[in-house]
Design a protein around this ligand. Structure first.
Ligand code: MTE
Ligand code: MO
Length: 454
């Protein structure tokens, strides 16, 4: 032994998971990496996670326990020695976890996504540029103007007031999810904001159907795509540059749940979420749901605004070597978001009173354009699964509630894993697959660590 103190397992897992793993698991037993937890390793890992591990026998080698791999996203919780996440300080917003300051990006911890309809204060925030200065906006929101031009017979330059009276209003619970949600699960790390599962929410939105507005403008036969513009200034302050401008195939624009919204949860949309009007393109990458909407340019080809090129919002068509550069030519635009489930109760990092032998858990699951067919829960690292009860969505493009009652055999450290399968049969993988440079489509089974005290 040298004089150097062996670092704690916790730290070691953060810095050097390979080595930590070698200490914990016996690799000699099986060269294919499926080692078994060995006595000393088991004790070490138990100490690091805070208790014995009842299902250690089925814990796969190489698995970094969720207690170490995933930050506890509670403002006041977690071991005191650990530094907590950075919490958003913004009027009208709950304790969201800050992923970036400029532009402001903040995600909702899974346990704050427990409401059936996500309250506005708990809704995640994703800016690409600056929030527009309220002084630059009309004092009467009804005077806000939206232009519809491009491949239409009659370009419109319509005020929000006219939009509200001219077209029927609809209200739906709609999923909005950042295209990069789940990015933090990629190994090696992919470029961009390191979302866990909290770049998503299901609020109730009121607005008019984009289809009705496009029909009123009269689509030309050449119309195939939309290009969306908002009033938010580019980070550089250059007024000629949009911060982002994405679009969708005409088919999605004409879908009856794609709306120009002006109310969020029954109230005027707050500034940070795109006041006074924004698009909601439910189930597709959130970047298509332009905030502070002031123009829709109907295109005769795929839109080419900022955010439509390079590797932005693109998945790779062919497998690429994780961590490599990839080739833009082998990518396709990310449209519908993949199937995902989150456990919203109990919270990750919860300590349960000694004697607890049962948990009635809850969560939400969703699947882009598809519905969720089933959700399964495992507390033994995927060795066995139990079907959760899954409710139908409140309407198309709303998330779905699942509940399950699970029995715990004894005190100790548990991980609750949830895995959803969509109506097309696609399921959440164990590890984020289809690695791509900007990390889209990361939807591995979700994991929540709990500790039952002795
Ligand atoms: N004008 C404008 N619209 C925008 C953005 C933006 O930066 N500017 N961000 C997009 C992205 S990437 C996402 S995920 C959603 C986030 O919406 P929210 O901040 O209301 O949660 O808005 C989208 N609409
Ligand atoms: Mo996003």
């Amino acid at each position: 032994m040298t004089g150097k103190r062996e670092r704690g397992l916790h730290e070691l897992y953060a810095d050097d998971p390979e080595r930590a793993d070698a200490l914990v698991f016996d690799r000699r037993a099986d060269a294919s990496r499926r080692g078994f937890l060995r006595g000393a390793g088991l004790a070490g890992m138990g100490a690091a996670v805070g208790g014995t591990i009842p299902f250690a026998g089925t814990m796969p080698a190489g698995l970094v326990p969720a207690a170490m791999a995933q930050p506890v996203q509670q403002a006041q919780a977690g071991p005191p020695a650990e530094k907590g996440p950075k919490i958003l300080k913004m009027d009208g917003k709950a304790d969201l976890v800050v992923l970036g300051d400029k532009p402001v990006v903040a995600e909702t911890p899974a346990h704050l996504l427990d409401d059936e309809v996500t309250p506005t204060e708990k809704f995640f925030v994703r800016n690409n540029g600056l929030t527009p200065d309220p002084a630059s906006m009309p004092s009467d929101p009804k005077a806000w103007k939206i232009k519809i031009d491009g491949e239409v017979n009659t370009p419109l330059d319509i005020t929000l007031g006219d939009l509200m009276t001219r077209f029927p209003q609809v209200t739906h619970k709609l999923m909005l999810e950042c295209g990069g949600n789940g990015r933090s699960f990629f190994v090696p790390e992919a470029r961009g904001n390191q979302w866990t599962n909290g770049g998503a929410g299901c609020a109730e939105w009121t607005g008019v159907r984009l289809a009705d507005v496009l029909k009123a403008a009269g689509l030309k036969s050449t119309a195939v795509y939309t290009g969306h513009y908002g009033a938010d200034p580019h980070l550089s302050g250059d007024a000629t540059k949009p911060s982002i401008s994405r679009g969708v195939r005409l088919e999605k624009a004409m879908e009856e749940h794609t709306i120009i919204a002006f109310k969020m949860n029954g109230k005027d949309i707050p500034l940070i979420h795109g006041a006074p009007a924004r698009l909601i393109v439910p189930g597709w990458a959130g970047s298509t749901s332009a905030k502070w909407l002031n123009r829709i340019w109907v295109r005769d080809k795929e839109h080419d605004g900022p955010g439509m090129g390079g590797f932005s919002y693109r998945m790779s068509k062919k497998p690429i070597v994780p961590g490599s550069k990839g080739d833009e030519k082998d990518t396709v635009i990310l449209e519908s978001m993949p199937v995902r489930s989150i456990v919203t109760f109990p919270a990750h990092g919860t300590r349960l009173a000694g004697g607890t032998r049962k948990i009635d858990l809850r969560g939400h699951a969703w699947a882009g354009d598809n519905t969720v067919q089933s959700v399964e829960i495992s507390i033994d690292y995927g060795a066995t699964w139990k079907k959760a009860d899954v409710k139908a969505p409140a309407n198309k493009f709303a998330w779905q509630r699942f509940t399950a009652s699970i029995d715990l055999p004894s005190a100790g450290y548990y991980e609750i894993w949830s895995k959803a399968t969509d109506s097309k049969g696609a399921t959440q993988p164990f590890q984020a697959g289809h690695w791509n440079p900007q990390g889209y489509g990361g939807n591995p089974v979700s994991r929540v660590a709990v500790l039952v005290e002795t």
